[in-house]
Every structure is written in C-alpha cells, then in structure tokens.
Design a protein around this ligand. Sequence first.
Ligand code: R5P
Length: 291
Amino acid sequence: MKTIVLAFPGNEHLAQALARQAQFTHGEFEFRRFPDGETFIRVLSNVEGKQVLILCTLDRPDDKFLPLYFLAKALRESGAEKIELVSPYLAYMRQDKQFHSGEAVTSDAFASLLSGFIDRLITVDPHLHRRHHLSEIYSIPAVAVKAADTISKWIKSNVTNPIVIGPDEESRQWVEAVANGAGIPFEVLRKVRSGDRDVEVSIPQVDKYAKHTPVLIDDIISTAHTMIETIDHLKKLNMKPATCIGVHAIFAGDAFNELKRSGAGQIITCNTILHETNGIDISEAIMAAVV
Ligand code: R5P
C-alpha cells in the first residue's frame, strides 16, 4: 500500500525531518476558516486505496481537534484505506483521574474520541502516569516512541560532566533511561503541585556533584515553574547554570522568557512541537514506528 503524508500547518518541520528518513509522497489538503470561525477542509490529493499519515502534533488541541476529525472524515470518504496519525505531542494525558467530584477525566474522553476516527496512533513520550500503557485508554493500536536514547546521545555530545535531575517521581521513567543510556549519575526530586502555577520541588542532594553541570529533564515544559523552582534550588547550592531539556516545548504564555530569566543555562527541546528551542531531532525514532 502506498503511503501519502499530509502535514497540518505547524507540522511542516516534522514533514521535512521525516522526509530525510524515508521517501514519501506529500499530499495536499486545503484548510481554512470561514469568517465565522468554522472550518473548511478539502482533500486535494488522490488518496484512493492509500495509507495516509497525518502529521498533527496536538499541543493547543482544542483548536486542532475538529479540523483533524473533518480531515479524517474527508479522507475516508475519498477512499483512504488506512489513516495513521503521527502526533508527537499527545494532549489530554494529565487529567487521568477525578481529583474532585464532577471533574471530566479528559484523558479517557479524548482517547475515546480519537480512537473513533483514526486507525493507528504514533506519539512521543505521552504523559503516562497513573496509566502505564496507551492501550489502557486507546482502543486503536497506539505506539509510544521514546525520546530517551536520542536525548542521551545529545547530552553525551553537548554537556561536559553532566548530572541528570528529574523534578518529580513521574519524570523517573525518562530520567533513569536517559542517565543510564549516557552512563551518567541522576537524581529524582519530589514535587508537590498546589495549583496550575504553584509547585514546590524538594532540594537536590547534589553535594558530591558540585562541579557537575546539572541537566534538568522533564517530559513537558508548560508554565516552566517546575524547572524554575528546581533552578532556584540549584542556584542556592552554587551549581553551574542548569541545562534544561524538555521533550515537549509547550511554553504556555511567557513561560520561555520566564525560564530564561530564571538563570537557566541552555534550554533545549525535542522537535515534537515547533519552537525555537528545538535542538534534538526525534524523527528517526518516529520513523521507526511508522509501518
Ligand atoms: C507533570 O507532571 C509533567 O511531568 C511536568 O512536570 C509538568 O507538566 C510541567 O509543568 P510546568 O512547566 O507547568 O511546571
């Protein structure tokens, strides 16, 4: 079956990176908004009997979800045989339980909607916390590509004498894999979140690593307050400026500038969401998951 790639606006960088890994036919579709804000979608390429790879990373998902649904529907009606979604950042993974009565468990609801119109999903390091596998909420085949090896290689080539620090227990899965892959020490802190922007992170016990370069790693940088709070501790411990690595560069509002002002060293992210900090190319690992 022939594969044709359709990239949503904002995913062209990914299409180019994937094209360096394998040969694809690039398809076209028209996507625009009517004056009233409603979406117009039209498939322009011949997709009859083909496998279609839609590239659509799902940060700021509420604006993207309906267009994605409309595109999948139009592709199906145009005869596409299989629709695979490459969404390097998968949204709505964090509210995976009801913390208070009446709350929507959006991870389950979102997974069920997406599973209803896509045949297969490929994403990168989804925020699996209380859920351990995407199959617990997605009813379609769903692959979680890991960025750890690529990040390990980047650290080995770019940071002198690193110690990897994870800000909370959830980050252990990434931090441990990255540190072991690079053969470097690591420490995982404890975090208590009391609001969207209010976090307290435990003080790193890094006395014996005083001359090392701290490398903070988290899956998502959103408000950046998790990183900023950790940097504050490291500054008080007279550590070198921390290299901050995020898999997914959400950077809500002014978060990127706040992180820069906090005294961070280099800020670097994987290219799962287009951002000026993208410096770790994850396309080879994504490509390996495309069938
Ligand atoms: C949540 O537990 C995630 O792993 C990240 O630590 C979190 O999303 C970072 O958020 P923020 O940048 O808003 O502190």
